[in-house]
Design a binder for this molecule. Structure first.
Ligand SMILES: [Zn+2]
Length: 279
């Protein structure tokens, strides 16, 4: 995923253009995809990247070349993780006091930018564009996907990615909620997924089912690793992620803890002094 390269900006359809956040890394792939949505000179911007210095210049170039616009009409956010909200401050400095809309998460929302709270089922409109918010907690408690009615397309933020799988943080995430969110997305009439990381997905249902299957496999692996338990999380990680480089084991441990929390909620595993066992 790290080796994958995407253009600095590109147009996907008459309504959708993308500008890369220029923040590649092990958890962001080629970087965060931000999207310009609208058919006239006043597109709205979905997500803002991480705050990388070159990004506002690239956004300005994309606005001019792809949208005949000088500034975005406003900002809409999928969730409050730093690689999505990190650009809010620099963009308000560059383009003026843009309005910022999201589902509130007061502990994490960007300081200094007044957030306009939107509802879990908000509808946001721009020229030629109707965006229907879809509440999809699990990766983050404030996560909204946005359904583009005119294209049967879904902006999935970090719920479904174009490459790799998403991390469910064991502190603020919730794997049970995440799986419910994926099931809810399966019910939509979908032709395209525009993810926050990686390339556009043209077989959306297949990808969502693949994500569900991946988590089911991990759950079976966690349960299998506990067959001769009790074990600490690090032992479970070493067994399941034996083929994954050591520097990614912290993220893997977070994912394993998310599985254990879900299984404990379901009464299938128990914890005693940081050692986990089958119930
Ligand atoms: Zn995120």
């Amino acid at each position: 995923m790290i080796g994958l390269r995407l253009p600095d900006f590109a147009r996907h359809s008459p309504r959708v253009a993308t500008v890369l956040g220029q923040n590649p890394g092990p958890f962001t792939g080629p970087g965060t995809n931000t999207y310009l949505l609208g058919t006239d000179g006043h597109p709205i911007l979905l997500d803002t990247g991480q705050g990388v210095p070159i990004y506002p210049d690239n956004l300005a170039a994309a606005l001019a070349e792809l949208c005949q616009a000088e500034a975005p009409a406003g900002i809409v956010l999928t969730h409050a993780h730093p690689d999505h909200i990190g650009g809010v401050k620099q963009l308000r400095e560059r383009f003026g006091a843009l309005e910022v809309r999201k589902l509130p998460w007061p502990e994490r929302d960007p300081a200094g930018a007044p957030i306009i709270a939107i509802a879990r089922d908000a509808v946001i409109e721009a020229e030629g564009v109707t965006l229907q918010a879809v509440f999809t907690p699990g990766h983050a408690p404030d996560h909204l996907c946005y359904y583009l009615v005119e294209e049967k397309a879904l902006f999935t933020g970090d719920v479904v990615l174009g490459a790799g799988t998403t991390v469910i943080p064991d502190d603020s995430g919730d794997l049970g909620q995440y799986l419910d969110s994926l099931h809810r997305l399966l019910e939509l009439d979908l032709e395209t997924i525009y993810p926050a990381h990686g390339p556009v997905i043209r077989k959306p249902k297949e990808k969502i089912r693949e994500y569900l299957a991946h988590r089911e496999l991990r759950e079976r692996q966690v349960l299998a690793a506990l067959a001769d338990g009790p074990h600490e999380v690090t032992t479970i990680v070493k067994r399941i992620y034996f083929d994954v480089p050591e520097h990614l084991h912290r993220a893997a441990a977070s994912s394993v803890r998310s599985h254990l929390k879900k299984l404990r909620n379901e009464g299938r595993v128990v914890e005693h002094e940081e050692r986990w066992n089958l119930a």
